[in-house]
Design a protein around this ligand. Structure first.
Ligand code: ZN
Length: 391
């Protein structure tokens, strides 16, 4: 990279600030409720056209029961490892939210459903590519992966596998989730596993024949204590019995109880031991005559803070300081994102690289206008300088 190239690419961003905001308005006003496949697919089609128009080979990955996803690749014949720009186009907001939460720009802040989480991030990705095109960059392949059902955890699609398969072999990834106001960048996210445990007992009248009953609730109570005792705040593996149902009326011994369990963990290697431990609790019987059944509901891998992730972070930190955007700092969080799948595929990723702001998923959601341009420049500088990281 030459400094002249970087300067020109930055100038492109400076010259297109209004256009970026205009396109952001268009994306935000094309509502894409994660539960409404048609609305997400409509936005996917629009994004496909935009990506095609900026020279990306783009395809829509269709899913029957969830919003479609997009994969777009630049035509680069260089054999250097490529860069992934990723995110999602669905939002948590119901169609029609715009009426009470219109797109607007006020006091250097942008408002509207999904403006922060994460349509602003999609704009950043698009303009990084446009700016790189403007200087005829073709050093490394660039791939864009945008999912259409992130907010529902890809529970009705195979989009998690799409992220893993499409990422393999790439050199670095930037995921444009909600950016933090304090310049924090995510280098690790916990994995999430959800389980359900059902217990069958034997019902009986609580007054006439209590001795004939076998209480599913009592059996469950012992097991809940066992599960909660697995909590290890020190290493970050947490167990939460989050819901409980069971029984019918106060005067009957309950023959059924069910709980749902949320487990958070930091290392992919913990997955099987978590399941085995819960299974051994399920298999143990405190009250003879009750039966327990454990079910795995979903798994999301952790975004592990690997050495390569930290190396990429240090490189981005240095780059940010170098171009005058201040220090970024690394942080980890308990919530998941698609960056987890990318890291699982062996590709170092930085997450929360999108527009900076606050209150995502609420009517107060907003993004900082300037961060749209700053983040685009940071990613451009990182890509142009990537040889320094990927020697
Ligand atoms: Zn998001």
């Amino acid at each position: 990279m030459t400094l002249e190239q970087r300067k020109k690419a930055f100038e492109f961003i400076d010259l297109h600030k209004d256009e970026m905001l205009c396109l952001l308005k268009e994306l935000v006003t094309t509502e894409s409720d994660t539960r409404n496949k048609n609305s997400v697919d409509n936005l996917a089609q629009k994004l496909k056209e935009i990506l095609c128009s900026i020279g990306m080979n783009t395809r829509i990955v269709e899913y029957k029961n969830s919003g479609n996803s997009i994969v777009a690749e630049s035509a680069s014949n260089k054999c250097k490892k490529g860069v992934i720009l990723s995110g999602h186009m669905d939002t948590v907001f119901k169609k029609g939210t715009l009426e009470n939460m219109p797109f607007k720009i006020e006091n250097d802040k942008i408002y509207g459903p999904g403006v922060l989480d994460m349509k602003g991030g999609i704009i950043i990705a698009l303009y990084v590519i446009k700016a790189l095109n403007s200087i005829e960059y073709n050093e490394r392949p660039i791939k864009v992966i945008i999912s259409g059902d992130e907010e529902t955890g890809h529970c009705n699609s195979k989009c998690n596998e799409l992220f893993i398969n499409e990422s393999k072999g790439f050199g670095a990834a930037f995921n444009f989730e909600t950016g933090f106001l304090d310049n924090g960048v995510i280098v690790g996210r916990k994995g999430v596993a959800e389980f359900s445990l059902e217990i069958e007992g034997i019902s009986a009248h609580a007054g006439n024949s209590p001795e004939k009953g076998r209480s599913a609730i009592q059996e469950m109570a012992y097991k809940i204590i066992d599960i909660q005792n697995l909590n290890n705040l020190k290493n970050g593996t947490t167990f939460n019995v989050g819901t409980i149902t069971g029984g019918t009326v106060p005067n009957a011994i309950p023959d059924y109880a069910k709980i749902e369990i949320d487990v958070r963990y930091t290392k992919l290697s913990e997955k099987s031991s978590i399941e085995n431990t819960l299974q051994s609790i399920a298999s143990k019987t405190y009250i003879e005559g009750t039966k327990s059944k454990l079910k795995v509901k979903s798994y999301m891998p952790p975004m592990e803070t690997t050495d390569d992730v930290m190396k990429l972070f240090e490189f981005a930190k240095k780059t940010s300081a170098e171009i005058g955007l201040g220090d970024i700092y690394s942080k980890t969080t308990g919530g998941g994102s698609d960056a987890s799948y990318i890291v699982t595929a062996g590709v170092p990723a930085l997450c929360a690289m999108g527009v900076k702001g606050e209150w995502n998923h609420t009517p107060r959601e907003y993004g900082i206008v300037e961060s749209l341009f700053e983040r685009a420049k940071l990613i451009i500088a990182c890509i142009l300088n990537l040889d320094e990281y990927l020697k």
